[in-house]
Design a protein around this ligand. Structure first.
Ligand SMILES: NC(=O)c1ccc[n+]([C@@H]2O[C@H](COP(=O)([O-])OP(=O)(O)OC[C@H]3O[C@@H](n4cnc5c(N)ncnc54)[C@H](O)[C@@H]3O)[C@@H](O)[C@H]2O)c1
Length: 346
């Protein structure tokens, strides 16, 4: 069985990443594409051999053979488009963040449940094999008790006329909402831990648009571990590393370059003997480390394949609304903390 797709929003991520990945998915057909910028829709139709291009959502949803839609529009459009797609009985793969607010995201989730359509969220970095390997190692207890985690994801995003991400009412937030959400999601995913408290700083260090260009968040996780997230729009891409680190009583993992739009990155894994006593020398000569490599697969084909399998087999989508809502709760708590100058309990 194949799933016939419609795409709503043919801009950046859809054109550059997800549609090229989708057309490689064995159980998927790209049928219809739509963008309010009709030229963008027509360009995608021509490039990827879709049957139809439209400039209204209603026309796309009226195509009966469309089973599922991928929504990759600015965040402020998501709720209305999900509601329309769910009302039309289409399954939905929705880009992150789900909605402008937690209330919107919950409404989206509940309406899709009511309509009996599948809803998945595009936190596709979970499909990087490095992140899955670390998740398995942590789950098997190989790193011992997790005590500290860090994730950093940045880009260079200067002021630009008409950029929806730079307007609060259109994006819901800045670097934390847009990029930090991947960090938060991956730390939760790899550690299997939820946050219990959040404290944060946000600011406009370089760029003076409405949303923050930098955010730093510290979370206390449910087991007592601390987790640090940095998300910035003001670090030049050439100067960025985008690291992920997890430290436990049995070892540590360092990943570089895996927080990315393609399946990239490499890592180092160190196991230690947590039963040994105090070492006054604090010897950091590492006896043994193992290299980990991203396998260069296509994150988006994996994302689409996994979603399609959930539709075909009528199982839960691989990345659920609750996964996205739990990450968004931390984002909102961080904004509240930064505004009030207070620690927020979740
Ligand atoms: N998963 C990821 O790593 C990742 C990466 C980038 C973007 N995204 C998400 O994807 C979504 C889109 O981001 P982008 O960077 O592709 O944005 P973009 O601005 O590059 O593209 C958005 C497209 O939507 C179109 N559009 C605007 N309003 C519309 C409407 N009402 N109906 C239909 N089309 C409309 C625009 O014309 C544009 O072509 C956002 O939710 C963003 O957070 C996710």
């Amino acid at each position: 069985m194949k799933i016939n797709w419609g795409v709503i929003g043919c801009g950046g991520i859809a054109f550059r990443r997800t549609i090229p990945g989708l057309v490689l998915s064995e159980n998927s057909n790209l049928v219809a594409v739509m963008d309010t910028n009709f030229e963008a829709a027509k360009a995608v139709k021509a490039e990827f051999n879709a049957k139809y291009a439209f400039d209204t959502v209603e026309e796309l949803l009226a195509v009966e053979e469309v089973d599922a839609v991928y929504i990759a529009t600015p965040v402020f459009c998501h709720k209305d488009q999900v509601m329309k797609a769910a009302a039309a009985g289409k399954h939905i793969l929705l880009e992150k963040p789900m909605g402008l607010t937690i209330e919107d995201s919950i409404e989206i989730k509940e309406y899709c449940q009511k309509q009996g359509v599948k809803l998945g969220v595009g936190l596709m970095m979970r499909f990087n094999n490095l992140h899955q390997t670390v998740r398995d190692l942590v789950a098997e207890g190989k790193l011992g008790e997790i005590v500290s985690m860090r994730a950093q994801f940045t880009c260079w995003y200067p002021e630009m006329e008409g950029a929806w991400r730079q307007k609060m009412a259109l994006s819901g937030g800045g670097s934390l909402m847009d990029m930090g959400v991947h960090c938060i999601d991956l730390l939760r995913f790899m550690s299997g831990l939820e946050a219990s408290e959040v404290i944060a700083l946000t600011g406009n260090q370089i760029f003076k648009y409405e949303v923050e260009d930098a955010a730093s968040v510290v979370m206390r996780m449910e087991n007592g571990a601390f987790a640090y997230v940095d998300a910035a729009f003001n670090i030049p891409d050439e100067a960025a590393v985008c690291k992920l680190e997890i430290y436990g009583t049995g070892g540590s993992v360092f990943l570089e370059g895996s927080l990315a739009q393609d399946e990239a990155g490499e890592g180092t894994l160190i196991f230690t003997d947590s039963n040994k006593g105090y070492d006054a020398q604090q010897n950091r000569t590492r006896v043994e480390s193992t290299k980990l490599n991203g396998n260069g697969g296509n994150l988006y084909t994996k994302e689409v394949d996994a979603f399609v399998n959930a539709v075909i087999n009528d199982t839960e989508t691989p990345i659920t609304a609750d996964d996205a809502i739990n990450a968004q709760k931390i984002v909102e708590a961080a904004y509240e903390s930064a505004k009030l100058g207070k620690l927020i309990k979740l």
